[in-house]
Design a protein around this ligand. Structure first.
Ligand code: SF4
Length: 355
């Protein structure tokens, strides 16, 4: 059987070709595109003829994502979603309320094959890549739900390594920044990677100045190899060289993510070592107080360790902030909602949690 086309994954010219191939006038593409931008399904497209809708239902999908569960934090309004996708797959998404607007965190793969020790998303490996149309579908669905507000920023930091799904992620970036789509500026998008130098350099040349957020999490190769298997293939020197190139080509500062883990990477000496590596680079360090990951026996650094680490970086002239914990009452580590659901599927649910 032929696979159905994912309409949110098509550009407007591609959609035009698609409707023309069905014997319809090209202007129908614009009508469909306006609906897709609103996260609509075929049932909403009331200005299209019934005959066209019948054909479309047989050959295409308008909204590839649906919401299986939605939890809302009573502390700060953060919302955590579990999406259902084709093939009985599930991925998570998080909507955070910052002063600079609503920020949506999306996944790029079902699971992940990178194996980072602190990450629940990788426990079952990678099941499949997400398609651009699925990522656009999740974004438009959430944008629709948060009206009259809108999604202002997107971070690709959910499950998956975005650069391990390069072509579909690039297509997503082009669609989501397009005036025909949600029109979210590239500068309001962050892409988080565990550090694949070749793909980072390729991305720098795409002309999409997204913020590159690099999961560093270590002051040297030894600690990084303990936490992140990718470090066996890519040394810190190779990674930081690609980061310098990215900053130079895009003129965007690179953000380094650093989850502070008690007894592993949170000592003041390690902060000084990190600062020596980053000296002179256009960059910022985002310190993350890790949520405990019981599956991996990793514990969060203490508040004193977090403060001391940050101070040591700043003393060495490296800009650093501590990430505010969002949705502390609902989140846990990334991937935990999906893990809970896989253990105990309960069907659609809405839950508001108390601190
Ligand atoms: S932190 Fe990111 S790259 Fe590492 S295993 Fe988790 S999802 Fe994959």
């Amino acid at each position: 059987m032929m696979e159905k086309a994912l309409l949110p994954g098509l550009t407007l010219p591609e959609l035009e070709n698609y409707v023309k191939a069905l014997g319809e006038p090209g202007y129908r593409a614009r009508q469909i595109s306006e609906w897709l931008k609103k996260g609509a399904g075929f049932e909403d497209m009331r200005n299209l003829p019934g005959s066209l809708l019948d054909v479309l239902r047989g050959s295409a999908i308008a909204q590839p994502a649906s919401i299986l569960s939605r939890q809302r934090s009573r502390i700060d309004g953060t919302e955590k979603y579990l999406f259902s996708l084709q093939g009985d797959h599930t991925v998570e998404g998080v909507l955070m309320r910052y002063r600079h607007g609503l920020t949506l965190c999306l996944s790029t793969q079902v699971g992940c094959r990178m194996g980072c020790a602190f990450c629940a998303s990788t426990l079952g490996g990678k099941l499949r890549d997400l398609r651009a149309g699925e990522m656009v579908g999740m974004a438009t669905l959430i944008n629709r739900l948060c009206q009259p507000e809108r999604v202002h920023n997107i971070v690709l930091m959910g499950s998956g390594e975005p650069l391990d799904n390069y072509d579909e992620v690039l297509r997503f970036l082009n669609l989501i920044t397009s005036p025909d789509g949600l029109n979210i500026g590239a500068r309001r998008i962050s892409l988080s990677t565990c550090g694949l130098p070749e793909e980072m350099r390729r991305l720098a040349r795409e002309g999409l100045p997204v913020t590159l957020s690099v999961s560093l999490h270590a002051p040297n190769d030894t600690v990084r190899r303990f936490l992140m298997p990718i470090a066996h293939r890519v040394s810190m020197a190779q990674l930081l060289s690609a980061c310098r190139d990215y900053a130079q080509v895009t003129r965007r500062r690179v953000v380094f993510e650093y989850a502070l883990i008690h007894g592993v990477n949170a000592a003041v000496d390690q902060a000084r070592e990190l600062a020596r590596h980053l000296a002179g680079m256009l960059c910022h360090v985002n310190l993350i107080p890790l949520n405990d990951v019981p599956e991996r026996d990793l514990r969060a650094a203490t508040p004193q360790e977090v403060a001391g680490f940050r101070q040591a970086l700043e003393n060495a002239g490296i800009s650093a902030t501590v990430r505010r914990e969002m949705g502390a009452d609902i989140s846990g580590a990334c991937g935990q909602l999906r893990a809970q659901y896989l253990k105990n599927p309960v069907g659609p649910m809405w839950k508001e949690t108390s601190p």
